[in-house]
Design a protein around this ligand. Structure first.
Ligand SMILES: [Zn+2]
Length: 488
């Protein structure tokens, strides 16, 4: 019997639409197809009419070069496209034009990598290659693909530029896959080639196996969020089979995101079924060093470099810097904001980071928005932090302002309207403290055995002052006045 270790092995094939291109990969039709009348952004080339001749989109080559450099791939300076033959209604030519890394063909870039964090350790996810290909048309079904009475075809998507990113089979858990995709998304955002928040801009195929057994390929997972879920489901299915003495078979499965299960579609086709051969209607592509160097020079600072700079320039921890740079818009916001106040130093840099990663991010998640879709300006968050530091408002009060700030209300107006300034007047606070002590003998009794009961008393003072009491002064006054209320 062969040894079976039951570890999980995952490889991903990620298809990304280069949504920041204006036109398709081989014709000048607009690539801005979302929300457009079906079959209006088409021409003889992307409809696959006989005799039509494709021409490569130069900007697509530039975008692919940007990504290859960002991922540190080895760029193939000379390559040609291949035809991947198969018949399906979404493919009017009967073949997809793609790069192919065998039979004399080459990918756009080989190798490359992405660093992720796995169980607080850093791990390198090696890439096999990245390559360019065209998107097929969009098939529209009524309800589920399995039960729909018809299929509609929208060729607006036909010929849109895709980049496929293929990892080595080195991902060991659904969580690692999620980390990889988050970091990949970040790199793509920094390169400026695509907005992956657009619907349909991402499709993932995943190869999954339990060590020692054949793998299955789960096709067409339509968002990064679904990947982790689909992987978990498929791993459970395979482990169950093995547990019951059966072997998983090599097959292609479809992820049904309504039912959240994978469904067996067909036994996997093999590469020879696609009869790859060179596309003779396109000339070979040659990239010279000048071109590559120019793209390199224009490449913005990448997240890993920025992370190191944040640690050095703002004395943030590695952990803080890593999270802060992941979303480029947040990192830009941060750098703009902290430079508004000349007197800000390490303490404020850390506070600004905490606010962005804490209350602001929480608000963004709850409202499913990114920072650019809100009215909050970097300088306003700087003002808020300044007022906390000056003692004009407490952190607790500041937190209650977040919703209004995000919706564009100015800090000055919020403070004026709420009447919430920090209450630091010791005389006023002392009378409130004594009131609270008077009213809560049970908590005081508890305090004798459990010093943490003090927090409950601070909470009572906060409630009485609608959150404006200065927490430190309140704590001091509570301790000082406590003796009068403690029996024996
Ligand atoms: Zn076209």
């Amino acid at each position: 019997m062969k040894s079976k270790k039951n570890g999980v092995v995952i490889g991903l094939e990620v298809h990304i639409q280069l949504t920041n291109l204006n036109t398709k990969l081989f014709c000048s039709c607009s690539s801005d197809y979302r929300g457009k009348e079906p079959n209006t952004l088409v021409c003889p080339i992307c409809l696959g009419f006989p005799g039509s001749l494709p021409v490569i989109n130069k900007k697509a080559i530039e975008f692919a070069t940007r990504l290859a450099l960002a991922l540190e791939c080895d760029i193939n300076k000379e390559f040609w496209f291949f035809r991947k033959n198969y018949f399906y209604p979404d493919l009017p030519k009967g073949f997809q034009v793609s790069q192919y890394n065998k039979a004399g063909g080459k990918a756009f870039g080989d190798r490359g990598h992405i660093i992720i964090r796995s169980n607080s350790e850093k791990k390198e996810i090696s890439l096999n290659r990245i390559h360019l290909e065209e998107d097929p048309a969009r098939l529209v079904h009524k309800g589920s693909i399995a039960s729909s009475p018809y299929t509609l075809v929208d060729y607006n998507r036909s010929g849109i530029t895709l980049i496929e990113i293929v990892t080595e089979p080195v991902i060991r858990s659904p969580r690692e896959a999620r980390e990889f995709l988050n970091n990949l998304k970040s790199v793509i955002q920094y390169t400026g080639i695509a907005d992956l928040d657009l619907e349909g801009s991402v499709r993932v195929d995943a190869n999954i196996s339990i060590e020692g057994y054949p793998r299955s390929e789960v096709k067409n997972i339509n968002s990064f969020k679904e990947v982790e879920r689909a992987l978990k489901w498929e791993i459970r299915r395979q482990k169950n089979l093995i547990k019951h003495g059966k072997e998983p078979i090599q097959e292609t499965r479809h992820w049904d995101d309504d039912r959240r299960v994978t469904i067996g579609l067909r036994s996997k086709e093999f590469e020879k079924d696609y009869r790859y051969f060179p596309e003779q209607d396109l000339v070979p592509i040659n990239l010279d060093d000048d071109f590559i160097n120019k793209v390199k020079a224009e490449l913005p600072e990448m997240p890993n470099v920025r992370m190191n700079r944040f640690q050095k320039d703002y004395h943030l921890s590695e952990f803080d810097s890593e999270i802060l740079v992941l979303d480029k818009n947040i990192a830009d916001f941060y750098e703009e904001g902290i430079h508004f106040k000349a007197n800000f130093g390490d303490e404020e840099y850390k506070m600004y980071c905490n606010w962005l990663m804490g209350d602001i991010s929480r608000w963004l998640n709850e409202h499913n928005k990114n920072i650019l879709e809100t009215e909050l300006k970097p300088e306003e968050l700087a003002n808020l932090i300044e007022k906390i530091q000056d003692g004009e408002i407490t952190g607790k009060i500041a937190k209650s302002f977040v919703d209004k700030l995000m919706k564009g209300k100015s800090l000055a107006n919020i403070i004026k309207e709420s009447g919430k300034k920090r209450l630091a007047d010791k005389k006023k606070l002392e009378s409130i403290v004594r009131e609270v002590l008077e009213e809560n003998p049970a908590i005081i009794k508890d305090y004798k055995d459990n010093p943490r009961a003090l927090e409950a008393l601070i909470g009572k003072c906060m409630a009485k002052t609608r959150g404006t009491a200065d927490p430190e002064i309140t704590r001091e006054l509570l301790i000082r006045n406590m003796d009068d209320y403690l029996e024996n």
